[in-house]
Design a protein around this ligand. Structure first.
Ligand code: NCD
Ligand code: ZN
Length: 454
């Protein structure tokens, strides 16, 4: 039996921050109380915050498929260093995760490399059938993701960044019809239905060559997000499925989502640190790292998203951690692939955003509690309470961190937040009672939702 006592910290609990000791037995939290008797190894965390490990609902491991961009080892090393103890990996790896067999082989590979726990999203293609969803759920999928604007190369088994052409190898993107056909099954399985919310008909109308950031913004108007949110919400409402909007980026998209919630749609919103901290004005300083889809928009969009988070309309902050190689990110702007890494800076960004809003303790709700609930992990992850995994992040609220490329563990070290300063430092990170912040063996386990029907 291994016992640990985290003594003297300020602990995030369901009732708010509390001066308490945290006792851990064999990787599970057993007691959270003031002045517990010494039992086992004492870890002095006085003056520190003790927070629940982060759950990043939106990462792209690139594994299998693009080891030059990232793999499960480098992804989870970056996560561990940043206080993220569960990563939920998107299905657009290659071959894509569109069947139970693919999910199982990706899980086996990830288990051999993961430094933190992980969960896997399954892909919804326009050709996906109900029985494939059921099989993926039985194999442990934490939810399903549909890319409304991205076609699928059948020969390469790859999600592409474009809506497609007449090429017979390209299967068109999943559309609202696909969602309407599959949502009842997703609702029955009790898993979230996540969408990349950009409407392809709006994108087609605004399509243009992309040689500047202005072109990028003009080609991905907020109407594309709002239309996709409204239409998918109508479908979800009818079936009772839980709709999850990935990487919400615009004020218009937020309005569409809030309208849908007001009339009874079960809907969660995820936004990302880059949309809460940056605006299009940062492009001159940041450059091509800022090319991502959807794009970082105007100051008014940023303000609306921060406000939505403060009001609790947006409950989840994930990263859309999407690394590409330096070589790819140095191409002419038109050819630069979209995406930036971010998993290592998620917790610190959220602590800063929460502090700036006047309540630092909101951060663990956005990056741990609500994400764990989204994918049915409540009871094990997302809180510091007896019975939960001892996934703990020790944060020094008096130290500072500047984001330096050399400290990034992701294979792509240059993210959009490079150079940013945070009023906090992560001192240590524990995964089920073992310190993982400074390098760890591959002990990550696959997480599965608690209640899956069928
Ligand atoms: C993501 C990627 O590279 O996989 N890129 C991005 O710009 N967001 C895809 C995605 O999440 O849409
Ligand atoms: Zn996306």
């Amino acid at each position: 039996m291994t016992e640990l006592l985290f003594r003297g910290g300020t602990v995030h609990t369901a009732d708010g921050p509390k001066q308490a000791d945290v006792h851990v037995t064999d990787g599970v939290i057993t007691r959270v109380e003031q002045r517990l008797p010494v039992q086992g190894r004492v870890i002095d965390v006085s003056g520190m915050y003790v927070l629940p490990g982060g759950v990043d609902v939106h990462v792209h491991s690139r594994d299998p498929g693009f080891p030059d961009k990232e793999d499960f080892a480098s992804l989870t090393a970056a996560a561990a260093a940043g206080g993220i103890t569960v990563v939920l990996d998107m299905p657009n790896t290659v071959p894509a995760v569109d069947t139970a067999g693919m999910l199982e082989s990706k899980a086996a590979m990830a288990r051999s490399k993961a430094r933190v726990d992980f969960g896997l999203w399954g892909l919804i293609r326009s050709s996906t059938k109900t029985d494939q969803l059921e099989a993926m759920a039985a194999a442990g999928a934490i939810g399903f993701k549909a890319y409304l604007a991205y076609s699928f190369s059948v020969s390469r088994k790859q999600v592409l960044y474009s809506p497609g052409t007449d090429d017979p190898d390209l299967e068109p993107p999943a559309d609202y019809g696909t969602l309407a056909q599959l949502a009842p099954a997703v609702a029955h399985l009790g898993l979230p239905l996540a969408i990349h919310a950009e409407d392809p008909t709006v994108l087609a109308a605004f399509r243009r060559p992309i040689s500047s950031y202005e072109d990028l913004l003009a080609s991905r108007p907020p109407e594309a997000e709002a239309v996709a949110v409204s239409a998918a919400a109508a479908v979800a409402r009818e079936s009772g499925a839980h709709l999850h909007i990935a990487h919400l980026s615009s004020s218009l998209g937020l309005q569409a989502a809030e309208d849908a919630m007001r009339i009874g749609t079960t809907l969660t919103l995820e936004t990302c640190p880059q949309f809460l901290l940056l605006t299009s004005d940062d492009f001159d300083r940041v450059g091509s790292a800022m090319k991502m889809l959807p794009p970082i928009r105007t100051a008014a969009d940023r303000e609306a998203l921060v406000d939505g988070l403060e009001r609790g309309a947006i409950t989840i902050v994930g990263t859309d951690h999407a690394p590409h190689t330096d070589e790819e990110k140095s191409l002419p702007f038109e050819d630069v692939p979209a995406g930036s890494p971010g998993v290592q800076t998620l917790y610190l960004s959220c602590l800063q955003i929460a502090k700036d809003l006047g309540d630092v303790w909101l951060a663990p709700r956005w990056v741990s509690e609500a994400p764990a609930r989204l994918v049915g992990l409540e009871g094990h992850k997302g809180a510091i309470a007896p019975g939960f995994d001892a996934d703990l992040v020790i944060v020094d609220p008096k130290a500072k961190t500047r984001v330096h490329a050399e400290q990034m563990r992701s294979r792509q070290r240059h993210g959009v937040l490079e150079g940013m300063d945070f009023d906090f430092a992560i001192k240590d990170v524990y995964l089920r009672g073992e310190s993982v912040a400074n390098g760890a063996p591959a002990r990550g386990r696959m997480v599965r939702p608690a209640m899956v029907v069928g």
